[in-house]
Design a binder for this molecule. Sequence first.
Ligand code: GLA
Length: 401
Amino acid sequence: MTAASPDALDPRKAALDALTRLTDAPAAGVWSSPGRVNLIGEHTDYNDGFVLPLAIPHRTVAAVAPNSENVLRVTSTFADAPVSVALADLEGLFPQARESITEWARYPLGVAWALQAAAPDAAAAHAAGLDIAIASNVPVGAGLSSSAAIEGAVAVALNDLWQLGLDRPALARAGRRAENEAVGAPTGIMDQMASILGAADAAILLDCRSLEVETVDLGFDAAGLTLLVMDTRVQHSHASGGYGERRASCEAGAAALGVTSLRDLDINDLDRAERELDDVTFRRVRHVVTENQRVLDTVRMLRSNGPRSIGDLLLASHASMRDDFEISVPELDAAVDAAVEAGAIGARMTGGGFGGAAIALVDRDRIAEVTDAVTRTFVERGFAAPTIFPVTAADGARRES
Ligand code: GLA
């Protein structure tokens, strides 16, 4: 059984150690930003819809020291060599020259590039050379937004050090721009908003059209419930393949139905959508329209009836992603089914799909039973062992010291 939490690494210490290997200068500060799980609302963000994510305790830390060479030098515990770019060259780097930068470094350097563009006057006045060391205990490729955690940590650090004066939604927008244009993944803004704006013991209801955020108390602990992450360890990447295809189908569906985005449709529009669209596009649209409704229903149920009442909504969300949006994989379906059979209140895949993690809402005294059942199912089905661990809702991006 693999039930260990992947947070054995102390990212703060690891980042400070990595900074020491990079420079003799003392750290000017340490900043961090968390990974996230999405409770519900999948592939709705780039359709201007609703999402309900929470930040998790796993964090990415950036320790930063000034340098007098007018370069940005980044290093991380998941790469061998530091990457350097002259500040003067940053503007011309993305998107056109992104291939010249090693992949992991596109995230921090992409954020620096996007921040400069978001606050050009402040950047011109204050942007100075920096050495940035990054370390993380957010599992990579698990659908827990390790990339948004890097973007968030670097964004809050540079916002402080370069005195950019950007608010948190603007930092999230810069993170998404880095992801879209520096990395080339056509994602929405959920992950960056969740990482930067997360709140302890709460999920955030985000309207991805207005970027308005409401905090929604989860009350899991008081109800004797735990949220389990079941990382299938099936790796995925949103820079290629299915994610972009789904996004294109949603845009095609909205255009064919004469709306700006699928946010502008509701359940009552689905009959017309079925008549006017081909079967695949219709099912993509139906997922997004019903998922937006499920997010709003989940918030209403959490507030009126408490967390034990949201199980069916989580299950309906998973079924919609499996059957209509077709972004699940056998390992995710097996994890969800086994968790529910072993008594989970609800479960669903979380994140962009094609691999990564599922979540299960479980009675505290059933954690071992659910963990064993999922692990046993994976053995029986010949899948690699999953990593299963509990998460609580944690604070978003912050300065650590
Ligand atoms: C990934 C993307 C997000 C969002 C989810 C699906 O996590 O980064 O923007 O689209 O997939 O909900």
